[in-house]
Design a binder for this molecule. Sequence first.
Ligand code: ROI
Length: 195
Amino acid sequence: MKTWTRSFIGLGSNLNDPVQQIQRACEQLDEIPQSKRKKVSGFYISEPLRNGLTAPKPNQPNYINAVAEIHTQLNAERLLDELQQIEQQQGRTRSHKRWQSRTLDLDILLFGDQQILSERLQIPHAEMLNRNFVVIPLAELTNDLILPCGESLQTALNKADFEPLEVVANFRDQIQLGTEHISTSNPQGRRGHSA
Ligand code: ROI
């Protein structure tokens, strides 16, 4: 019998209605074979990451970021194939430019307690502990996570002193106002993102 692995997927989008992109991607996670989606964090708004502390703010729209937990019988490479297929279905064109806007980015952050370094994969995701838009939604999903390096996520979060992030929507908790999708948990209809 195949064993189940608990994996966390980072989701990000800053183009073509990012809330909707993340919403659709979460639904697509349900279609991955031999896998079950367990939880999705809130959808957080975050400023585009700077390429270094002194770099200017990139001239691109803000991002919507979330983290989903899935349990899967696939191995990490097969899971990556499935995630890349979802990215492509949602109009992602892969270029070699790292700091570019994107309709959808799906990253395997953690895959059980495995540490993987291959041509296609680095797990745990190399930068995850430096990114508030990864660690904050991840901590929302799990309060007892021990990272493969042996450190607890909570310790990593406390050390990092991140800027807080605002939740602008929740998975499947959407109402449609005009052309915009706004979370019902955001009754003032605040415009959460500039994309
Ligand atoms: N910045 C934010 N805030 N969120 C992302 O998901 C994100 N993804 C990226 C780069 C371009 C590094 N910046 C990001 O790939």
